[in-house]
Write a protein that binds this ligand. Structure first.
Ligand SMILES: Cc1cc2nc3c(=O)[nH]c(=O)nc-3n(C[C@H](O)[C@H](O)[C@H](O)COP(=O)(O)OP(=O)(O)OC[C@H]3O[C@@H](n4cnc5c(N)ncnc54)[C@H](O)[C@@H]3O)c2cc1C
Length: 577
């Protein structure tokens, strides 16, 4: 709160300054009184014998000079003030994010002051600037230690990032319990030929700002991913993104570009708030609850169908008619959409990115600074209401005494079937039962005859047949490809391996080699994309889920994580306490 007080003092002093100038103005303008000799600009001009053309040599006498001085002061300080207002400490890691806009605005204030103002004005301005700087510094100061005992259940990216942020905010007693023998959940990598291959979460787009910021803090390097392509089974050829965007032949390129710009407008304006990863799914615009297929028709965006087939179907979010438009809009916000389109069209070469040492390595870096208990089997969780002495008791297999916590953050998938250990309330049970998921299987193979790239395979397979929908071959010189398949429940992992072999037979030679799987190296079957059906979304599912925050000392990650994308798996614990 103190920072707000200083901010208010700063605003007050600005007003005083403004009024003082208005009262004591020269030439009818609210401008500072200048003293030629003390001004830095005059000094610099004399020292370096700088000659501006025209009237700039006598800047201090001209009205323009005063006007510019004053305009710079007003524009920069007021913008900087607004910037301070907008910087919410809880939406930053420790409030330490210094944005480009911050730097520009504060630098602008300083330049305006130093170059154009006389010493008395600089001193006065310093008085105004100081409270603002102080308000920043107060956000930056080390957080107060907080001894609330917090248990995070699940060490996927949601759990790890929740614990990481809590710790940075000064919570000293944060414990993460994980049933698996590694921290990372659906972010898992394996190593072959000295390179990491991701078996789960993999790519990041420009909207993944929090992930990238954390990666920078932890020193986890990222590299630009290999460009996307599509293999068209009908024409037996590889297409680049541009050609793939019109592959069905139903729409022309201008139609696709127009629809793409329209989508951009929608996420930039009407759906801007909702399309940000950090805003969760509550207060969702009503129309986004409808199935994606209907929404595309309603908004006349059907020309995007070929691109979205890649974004939605290939990436495992199901079919257009059983996925709410909300999931697409949340994932493909302004920055993600722009970076996807610009890199797909070859205009930008910055995105998508992947972690150089793999996703698992990134998670291990987060976990290294935390208290994470692996191989922990939770038998029972008992939660009390109100001010109980032992608000949350967690019974671990093989341990006689329960672990006691004040609060619990549930970072496991919220599907009821996986939460048998939890003393669920009827409300929780009713909501958690509505979650469903897809089976998504990643198969790492030693291959030959395949070009490098992120390759989607069209026409998209019928998931009942369990073929792969695409593959990633990350390195041109390493013969390893990761096939991803969206599988219906009846399709087994061995079926999928057979399908991969079979489908590769239809693909033409590449660089003189027949596409072939030489060896299966790893396979991982995931419960992928925990989500609810469009009817549930329309029935206010996410608002009800959000309303459970804090009930019986339990905090599910805010619903923002429920889209199966890393950035939305980013809980913001400071929002909750
Ligand atoms: C194949 C695949 C590809 C993907 N590709 C991308 C991509 O390119 N880009 C992207 O952004 N996202 C991608 N994702 C999605 C991303 O990986 C997930 O959204 C994210 O990893 C989910 O993190 P989470 O922590 O919410 O859940 P999870 O990763 O599921 O973590 C939950 C954790 O809880 C643990 N747990 C469960 N039950 C218990 C229990 N009883 N006790 C203790 N611990 C328990 C689990 O073991 C697990 O570690 C992909 C996912 C998959 C599977």
């Amino acid at each position: 709160m103190k920072n707000k007080l200083f901010f208010k003092i700063g605003i007050f002093m600005q007003l005083v300054l403004l009024i003082a100038h208005l009262v004591n103005n020269r030439n009818g303008l609210p401008i500072p009184v200048v003293d030629e000799e003390s001004r830095l600009l005059t000094f610099l001009m004399k020292t370096y014998d700088i000659h501006f053309s025209g009237g700039w040599r006598t800047l201090d006498e001209t009205l323009w000079g005063y006007a510019i001085t004053w305009a710079l002061f007003v524009v920069f300080t007021f913008l900087a003030s607004i910037q301070v207002l907008l910087v919410k400490p809880q939406s930053r890691l420790l409030g330490r994010r210094i944005t480009f806009a911050n730097v520009l605005l504060w630098a602008g204030c300083l330049v305006a002051t130093l170059l154009f103002w006389s010493l008395p004005q600089q001193a006065l301005f310093g008085l105004v600037l100081a409270p603002f700087l102080l308000s920043y510094l107060l956000e930056w100061k080390a957080p107060k230690p907080n001894s609330t005992r917090i248990c995070v259940v699940g060490a996927g990216v949601s759990g790890l990032t929740a614990a990481y942020q809590l710790q940075k905010q000064g919570y000293t007693q944060v414990t993460v319990l994980e049933k698996a023998n590694y921290a990372g959940g659906k972010c898992l990598s394996v190593e072959h030929y000295g390179h990491p291959f991701d078996l789960g979460g993999h790519e990041m787009l420009a909207g993944y700002r929090d992930v990238m910021e954390m990666a920078a803090e932890l020193g986890a390097p990222a590299r630009v991913s290999i460009p996307p392509m599509v293999y068209d089974h009908d024409t037996r050829q590889y297409l680049n993104f541009k050609k793939a965007a019109v592959a069905s032949g139903k729409y022309s390129m201008p139609q696709v570009v127009l629809a793409s710009m329209k989508y951009l407008f929608l996420v930039a304006f009407p759906f801007r708030r909702f399309s940000k990863p950090s805003t969760g799914y509550s207060r969702m615009p009503k129309e986004l609850a409808m199935p994606l297929s209907d929404w595309l028709v309603k908004r006349r965006l059907t020309a995007l169908s070929d691109i979205l087939a890649f974004v939605v179907k290939v990436q495992g979010y199901g079919h257009f008619n059983d996925t709410s438009a909300a999931y697409l809009v949340k994932f493909m916000g302004l920055q993600n959409w722009l970076s996807l389109i610009l890199s797909g069209m070859g205009i930008s070469k910055q995105w998508p990115k992947v972690f150089t040492y793999g996703m698992l390595n990134f998670c291990e870096r987060i976990a290294a600074g935390l208290k994470v208990h692996l191989n922990t089997e939770i038998e029972r969780i008992e939660r009390q209401t109100g001010n109980a002495a032992e608000p949350v008791r967690i019974f671990i297999k093989g341990k006689p005494e329960p672990l006691v916590f004040d609060k619990m953050i549930l970072c496991t998938p919220l599907e009821a079937k996986g939460l048998g250990f939890l003393d669920m309330s009827p409300e929780e049970d009713a909501l958690f039962r509505q979650f469903t998921h897809y089976q998504f299987v990643n198969t790492v193979c030693h291959t030959q005859g395949l070009p490098a790239g992120v390759v989607a395979s069209i026409p998209l397979n019928d998931i009942q047949r369990g073929e792969y929908t695409g593959y990633i071959k990350d390195f041109t010189d390493v013969p390893v490809s990761v096939f991803f398949s969206l599988a219906s429940p009846g399709v087994t992992d061995p079926d999928l391996r057979e399908k991969i072999k079979e489908v590769l037979k239809d693909i033409p030679e590449y660089e003189g080699k027949k596409p072939e799987v030489l060896e299966f190296l790893n396979q991982k079957n995931w419960d992928y994309f925990p989500h609810v059906l469009p009817e549930a979304v329309a029935g206010g599912f996410y608002d009800k889920l959000e309303a459970l925050q804090g009930e019986r000392h339990t905090f599910p990650p805010p619903p923002r994580w429920l889209l199966n994308a890393l950035e939305t798996a980013w809980p913001m614990p400071s929002d909750w306490y």
